[in-house]
Design a protein around this ligand. Structure first.
Ligand SMILES: O=C(O)c1ccccc1NCC(=O)[C@H](O)[C@H](O)COP(=O)(O)O
Length: 212
């Protein structure tokens, strides 16, 4: 089965186009002002117009209020909502209200953390396994941190899932081989500086993914 890729945290037309041209299955727009990848509602609207119908537009949120979700969904023409730092009940409520598929981020460092995925059963449509960040971190993702991919090997995944956290063009093949992921997500691993996506790195990442 082929491997698909989501390029997260896109904020310029040039790098969005690189993701689409390289064959990304999904693109991610971050709606979280503390992030260096944050896009305004206006930026999201302009970027969304460039995304062809076969590529999914995923809005990335941290414990969002309904008003932000509604604005972002409309402007960004979102196909899915990725949630960080929300309870399963809140994730389910967002899914019911917006009628969009919800991806729930699960922060992983140890095997026990995978229980977070079981807790999301019935509340979200996909789990995004991401690396756990330090407690005082400003952001819950996009930190270039990875976790032990072998933790996923013998796990009975309760939902469709994606692998995230610290992936880059050089390690994504190994990550897929070890974890068995069929959808991978990358952000800082295709950047030249914090929040600055690099079209060449995006192309390289997607070329490798397409070869798997
Ligand atoms: O990337 C951000 O700035 C961000 C901010 C707030 C919430 C989530 C965020 N990113 C979520 C993602 O899906 C990232 O792609 C994921 O954490 C992997 O990031 P990286 O390790 O840098 O590839």
């Amino acid at each position: 089965m082929p491997v698909s890729a989501k390029i997260c945290g896109l904020s310029t037309a040039e790098t969005l186009d690189a993701a689409v041209a390289g064959g990304a299955s999904h693109v991610g727009f971050v709606f979280f002002p503390p992030s260096p990848r944050h896009v305004t509602i206006e930026q999201a609207a302009a970027l969304a117009q460039r995304v062809p119908a076969h590529v999914g537009r995923v809005g990335v949120f941290v414990d969002p209020e309904d008003a932000l979700l509604d604005q972002a969904i409309r402007a960004g023409r979102l196909d899915a909502i990725q949630l960080h730092r929300v309870t399963p009940a809140r994730a389910a409520s967002i899914g019911s209200r917006t009628r969009l598929p919800v991806w729930g981020a699960v922060a992983v460092k140890t095997r026990a953390d995978l229980d977070g995925a079981n807790a999301l059963r019935g509340a979200v449509q996909r789990v995004l396994y991401d690396a756990k960040v330090p407690e005082d971190a400003k952001l819950p993702g996009g930190m270039g941190l990875r976790f032990d991919w072998s933790l996923l090997q013998d796990f009975a995944h309760p939902l469709p899932w994606a692998l995230s956290g610290g992936l880059d063009p050089a390690n994504v093949a190994e990550a897929v081989s070890i974890s068995g992921a069929r959808l991978v997500d990358v952000s800082s691993g295709v950047e030249s500086a914090s929040g600055i996506k690099d079209a060449g790195k995006i192309a390289s990442f997607l070329k490798t993914v397409a070869s798997l």
